[in-house]
Design a protein around this ligand. Structure first.
Ligand code: NAP
Length: 306
């Protein structure tokens, strides 16, 4: 459980896991192309451009290119109306080569999230925003998982961290990260506590946790003093402080206590990008197999897919 030097905690790096995932995706995309004669496309919809989004989107488009997926950047002007955004999503829903659609967040304030969620075809909702996918996840059926939450738990699994029977604390309860991460840990048979901004004594809960996933968007929120000795810590947070990317965990102090910890950047982020491609290929395969009018197919319990 220690780092290569034997001094610090084991670093849970995202890059090798992401490479492993991408290699599988590349084979699947190649098989899909061979069978169907075209590359599946991922549409990335962005409403107005800002610098941090541009960096993130370019990473996704580059990852697509590496594995043979067609990455399409679809830009809607920042001043566009909700109706224009809806129309663009409907156009992508109808495009049979587009297997998956992601919408860059945050949206401009004028455009409610429901504009996207209500319009997105659940079969193309590869980032698990739609209530259909959230419901499938909650009830234990195959659906599209919110990718970042999926990545946090997949990183633990692929790093060989035992989850079953462990006491886990998730800090954050957003629909995109905290809540689904907690549900996925529960699916892996952890005993899960969810903390949030109204939790009375965060440290008290953390002190008991063997696994900690932090997704609060608050730099340095979790410090070493709050953690149990030997805890495994996954830091989902991405914050810019003094032009540097930092997580929600104070890495220096947490490293003195944790047995394993993700760095920021370089932990959850690369796994998220790679898993998004996995979701895209699955969407393409499902859509290619589905008969017209039966897009969403029959419900499949988790683990029943071939
Ligand atoms: P969000 O929607 O703002 O949710 C933050 C959650 O943290 C909320 O549930 C909030 O509680 C809770 N929280 C905030 N301050 C807290 C505190 N002091 N103590 C305890 N809980 C607190 O954010 P998000 O979209 O879930 O994202 C969380 C973080 O993950 C952000 O830093 C974001 O940039 C990062 N992120 C990373 C990736 C990646 O690939 N690595 C992807 C997406 C997001 P309430 O519900 O009570 O308000």
């Amino acid at each position: 459980m220690t780092s290569a030097s034997g001094k610090g905690p084991r670093l849970l790096l995202g890059a090798p896991i992401a490479a492993e995932i991408r290699a599988t995706v590349e084979r699947e995309v190649s098989a899909f192309r061979g069978k169907r004669g075209y590359a599946p496309a991922l549409a990335v919809l962005i409403v107005g451009r800002d610098a941090p989004s541009a960096v993130y989107l370019n990473q996704i488009l580059k990852s697509c290119a590496k594995v043979g997926i067609e990455g399409r950047l679809v830009e809607v002007p920042g001043r566009a109306s909700a109706a224009a955004v809806r129309a663009e999503i409907e156009r992508l829903n109808a495009d049979t080569q587009v297997a998956g659609i992601i919408v860059q967040m945050p949206l401009p304030k004028r455009i409610p999230l429901s504009t996207v969620i209500d319009t997105l075809d659940p079969a193309k909702d590869i980032d698990g925003l739609h209530p259909r996918n959230a419901g499938l996840m909650t009830l234990g059926y195959e659906g599209f998982l919110p990718t970042t939450a999926h990545a946090a738990v997949e990183l633990l699994k692929r790093s060989g961290i035992q989850i079953a029977g462990m006491r886990a604390v998730v800090v954050g309860r957003s629909n995109v990260v905290g809540k689904p991460a907690a549900l996925l840990l529960l699916r892996e048979n952890a005993t899960v506590t969810i903390c949030h901004s109204r939790t009375a004594d965060l440290a008290r809960h953390l002190k008991d946790a063997e696994i900690v996933i932090v997704a609060a968007g608050s730099p340095g929120l979790v410090t070493g003093r709050m953690l149990r000795k030997g805890a495994v810590v996954v830091d989902v947070g991405i914050n810019v402080v003094d032009d540097r990317l930092v997580g929600d965990v104070d890495f220096a102090s947490a490293s003195k206590v944790a047995s394993a910890i993700t760095p920021v950047p370089g932990g959850v982020g690369p796994v998220t990008n790679a898993l998004l491609l996995t979701h895209l290929v699955r969407a393409a395969q499902d859509q290619a197999q589905a008969s017209p009018g039966h897009r969403n197919g029959a419900l499949q319990p988790v683990g029943s897919r071939q």
